[in-house]
Design a protein around this ligand. Structure first.
Ligand code: TPP
Length: 541
């Protein structure tokens, strides 16, 4: 075994299913080993942000490790935003970067791709990963790889592994089993007892689930717990798509004043709000008009639990859920919330296309053919997704980077699914070109570009600025050259026909360019903007 194969076997043993990457001269030697051993399939993309987003989405979707492989400097530094996003949103992405060999580092010359010092890249990545290693000693490498991968999984955050190019084939022992975290069973028991006592006291307990529930693979267990406790469940905005296939008493998604008023009232008036794996981000809570009394909440996040003013460190989420389940017998009582109604039955006429019409058309498609996963970008497409039936979804709901949607959808394709990708024209201008890689891999996602020739979300906040006007690029016309089919649609009739055709056509990506008039947005975005504007207005005396 050599250094690279030891790493690849360890990645596979710990849940990686594939590698996304772009090589460079510092990375060619280890890419050669990836390709020739076939330990994990390799998918190359066109631009490093796409590599990072695809690895992030694959990790989110299949619940294992995502792997993004790049070259030193120009490659790795080109991926910083995508890895920062994965850090913020707790996605376990393993970044592998090639690097100069030892003799090159001591040549006295500046090396190509070097930013400031040879260590600049390592230091930059220290800020956006939870552990790092440079594999410059094959003797200690197995233990160091084990430590870094263990931290990636434990914290569910990106890690950084640098391989000097002269060591990729150095003999190396296999990576040992990852070190287990030590936990105190008594602390977990005490914590679980207090959580359940608080819930029992509450007149209106509610369970709010966030992204960690998927990251730590406890969706089914959480669904079971919610059913046994008989309390309603809602997801956070970021957690949209969680529990989509679990049998949980799920009401919908909490979005404060931008969301369903019944859900908002339920969450904000709860006297026993249990937040499981929820990131306390502004997008999850800022439009709540600060109505949540945090002293009355129970918050399990980042391996710790806070119950009112009590703090329990070192309580992994999966261990907490196990302990809660062990203390909650199944009495067969089931809370059956009223099912949220999503818009269906598009009237396929000559009327103009709105974001809401797109949600309706997608709902009709899923009603007929069954649910498919969604990948959404930032912009109104993300808010439009809130009107689509609750299905598995990846989206940058907190870090809110544009450019995520298309490569994230391809990350889902690499997991063997055919997603629907929702993306605005502004975001498509950034990373839409990754679709050109579909043909090589036989991927055929359905892509809906919401083309309003505008940075509409920004316009909503600042309508007077002309810089939010974009040109009309005619993306549909470009699809054929990239190996897909493009359809530009202007009416609801055309939209429905294009979606039906896209569904039937397999083997090529399907790009539906839905032309939406400027100024027309989804009802959820309209409420979100109105809410944020209202909350950010100075209070009158
Ligand atoms: N750059 C990145 C990488 N991410 C961002 N979120 C922004 C800039 C700021 N930003 C937020 S929304 C937006 C911009 C520029 C406009 C999005 O336009 P588009 O994708 O066309 O979607 P729309 O708002 O029209 O729905």
């Amino acid at each position: 075994m050599n250094l690279t194969t030891a790493l690849l076997h360890a990645l596979k043993a710990n849940g990686a299913k594939q590698i996304f990457g772009i090589p460079g001269d510092f990375a060619l030697p280890y890419f050669k080993i990836i390709e020739e051993t076939g330990i994990l399939p390799l998918y190359t993309f066109s631009h490093e942000p796409g590599v990072g987003f695809a690895a992030d989405a694959a990790a989110r979707y299949h619940g294992g490790l995502g792997v993004a492989a790049v070259t030193y400097g120009a490659g790795a530094l080109n991926m910083v935003n995508a890895v920062a996003s994965a850090y913020a949103e707790k996605s376990p992405v393993v970044v592998i970067s090639g690097a100069p060999g030892a003799h090159e580092a001591s040549s006295g010359l500046f090396l190509h791709h070097q930013a400031k010092t040879l260590d600049s890249q390592y230091r930059i990545y220290q800020e956006i990963t939870c552990d790092q290693v440079r594999l410059d000693d094959p003797g200690t490498a197995p233990k160091q790889i084990a430590r870094v991968l263990a931290n990636c999984k434990r914290h569910s955050r990106p890690v950084y592994i640098e391989i000097p190019r002269d060591l990729v084939a150095a003999p190396c022992e296999p990576v040992p089993a990852l070190p287990e975290a030590t936990v105190d069973p008594e602390a977990i028991a005490a914590c679980a007892d207090e959580v359940l006592a608080r819930l029992k006291q509450a007149k209106q307990p509610v369970l709010l689930v966030g992204v960690e529930v998927r990251r730590y693979g406890v969706e089914q267990a959480v669904a079971k717990l919610a059913a046994r406790l008989g309390i309603p469940v809602v997801t956070s905005f970021m957690g949209r798509g969680l529990l989509a296939d679990a049998n949980a008493p799920l009401l919908g998604t909490y979005m404060g004043i931008a969301g369903d008023p019944e859900i908002t009232q339920l969450v904000e008036e709860s006297d026993g709000l249990l937040l499981l794996g929820v990131i306390l981000s502004d997008t999850n809570f800022a439009v709540s008009q600060k109505r949540i009394d945090w002293r009355r909440t129970i918050h399990a996040f980042d391996g710790a639990v806070r119950v009112g003013h009590h703090h329990y460190p070192n309580i992994p989420l999966d261990r907490l859920i196990d302990a809660l389940l062990a203390r909650t017998p199944d009495h067969g009582n089931r809370f059956q919330p009223a099912k949220r109604q999503y818009p269906t039955g598009l009237s396929a006429d000559d009327g103009e296309i709105t974001p809401q019409a797109i949600a309706t058309a997608v709902n009709d498609l899923m009603t007929t053919h069954g649910k498919v996963p969604l990948a959404a970008d930032t912009g109104d497409c993300l808010f439009t997704a809130m009107d689509i039936v609750h299905t598995a979804m990846v989206a940058p709901g907190y870090y809110a980077t544009m450019g995520f949607g298309v490569p994230a959808g391809l990350g889902i394709c690499a997991c063997g699914e055919r997603p629907i990708i929702l993306v605005g024209d502004g975001a498509f201008q950034m990373t839409g070109w990754e679709l050109g890689n579909c043909r090589r891999y036989g991927w055929d996602p359905i892509v809906i570009v919401l083309n309003n020739a505008s940075w509409e979300m920004l316009r909503a906040f600042q309508p007077e600025s002309h810089f939010n006007d974009l040109d009309d690029w005619n993306f549909a016309a470009m699809a054929a050259g990239m190996g897909g089919d493009g359809m530009r649609v202007r009416s609801r009739r055309e939209l429905k026909a294009a979606l039906d055709r896209a569904w039937r056509t397999r083997g090529r990506f399907q790009l539906i360019e839905a032309m939406i008039p400027r100024g027309v947005m989804s009802p959820t975005l309209a409420r979100f903007v109105a809410g944020v504007k209202r909350l950010s207005m100075p209070k009158s005396a």
